[in-house]
Design a protein around this ligand. Structure first.
Ligand code: SAM
Length: 329
């Protein structure tokens, strides 16, 4: 699938649930209203949709959420989708997780051919971790990350940079990830969905974080690209990669190879734009996949050139109403 700007669409992220066992302060409000069950795709429907994308040329599937591992029977979905790894149609099946259930699922996931996992860890301070996630336990998440490594998976830690919260911990995170053999990806806060606090308070530009890190670490330019928004350097002292996702301060759209499917079957062609396609209606209208394939192709033909997130400082409004947990981070 090639979009109007010549970009090959080879990467699909699927949010398998909007639910999560954490309530990270930058992501969700304390009291969230989750979607009614009938609106959410069944695991069989997600498999059918994911498989349609693979048939149309998607090479990489990432399951996310919400928290993918809290969805009941989610392993049956991984198992079904892993058949495309066996045929070679799919090159990678992976997930982004908060790690709370990973200790239990790491080995079975690895057995199905999941080779890499992104685990979100914003701080290594247990009390602060519970504060940021409003309910998470750091030791359980670390146990999960270690279990994934033990099972042979490559672990990448995702850390959202938060002003005055984990700002002083960046050196420690680089050192710790280096010691554990984990890559680290720092993320700027994105203005998605209503949360209880003020986003402009949380925003920490990664340009500043990077220049501070460069005072202690040797950051070697790298040509590692994932087709996504991250720009990577190699930390010479640890040998691990360090990524920076800076959607607000840099434009990364020209190499975008991805689209995102929500757990209700809405396809967003761009994380930062509202335009979408309702694939659930097409899916539920017929058991035949002809219309579905056509609807996917039509949606890709509408993939926009780029996006423009703006943190609205006057009104303190999110740039987009939907939460990251709906679109899939
Ligand atoms: N529950 C899983 C997890 O914790 O990784 C997957 C979903 S979560 C929405 C995916 C990633 O998005 C996490 O690394 C999270 O920190 C990040 N995230 C959520 N809201 C964000 C926001 N407003 N700005 C930047 N990153 C955000």
């Amino acid at each position: 699938m090639i979009d109007p700007f010549g970009r090959h669409i080879s990467y699909l992220r699927i949010s398998v649930t909007d639910r999560c066992d954490f309530r990270c302060v930058y992501c969700m409000a304390e009291e969230m209203t989750f979607l009614p069950k009938a609106d959410v795709l069944t695991l069989e429907e997600i498999d059918r949709l994911g498989s349609a994308f693979v048939r149309l040329g998607v090479k990489k599937l990432r399951l996310t959420g919400g928290e993918p591992l809290v969805r009941k029977n989610v392993m049956s979905l991984f198992e079904n989708l892993s058949r495309h790894l066996k045929t070679g149609a799919l090159e990678e099946l992976t997930l982004t997780t908060n790690g709370s259930q990973l200790a239990e699922f790491a080995a079975p996931l690895a057995e199905l051919g999941v080779k890499r996992v992104n685990v979100s860890i914003d701080t290594l301070d247990p009390a602060k971790f519970t504060e940021i996630t409003r309910r998470g336990k750091l030791d359980k998440v670390l146990e999960g990350a270690f279990a994934a490594r033990e099972a042979g998976m490559k672990v990448k830690v995702n850390t959202v940079a938060l002003r005055g919260v984990n700002e002083q911990e960046m050196d420690d995170l680089v050192a710790w990830c280096g010691k554990q053999g984990f890559d680290l990806c720092l993320i700027e806060t994105m203005p998605l969905g209503d949360i209880d606090g003020d986003r402009t308070d949380q925003y920490l530009p990664l340009s500043l974080v990077r220049s501070r890190l460069a005072a202690r670490w040797t950051l070697e330019e790298s040509d590692k690209r994932t087709g996504g928004p991250a720009r990577y350097v190699r930390v010479a002292e640890t040998g691990q990669y360090l990524g920076f996702i800076t959607p607000l301060t840099h434009n990364f759209c020209e190499s975008c190879n991805r689209v995102r499917l929500t757990c209700t079957g809405t396809l967003f062609m761009c994380l930062g734009q509202e335009d979408s396609a309702d694939l659930r209606a097409v899916l539920r209208a017929s058991a035949d996949d002809t219309a579905l394939d056509a609807a996917i192709r039509e949606a890709i033909s509408r993939k926009p050139k780029g996006h423009d997130f703006i943190i609205d400082r006057r009104h303190n409004r999110p740039a987009l109403g939907r939460h990251m947990s709906v679109t899939g981070g």
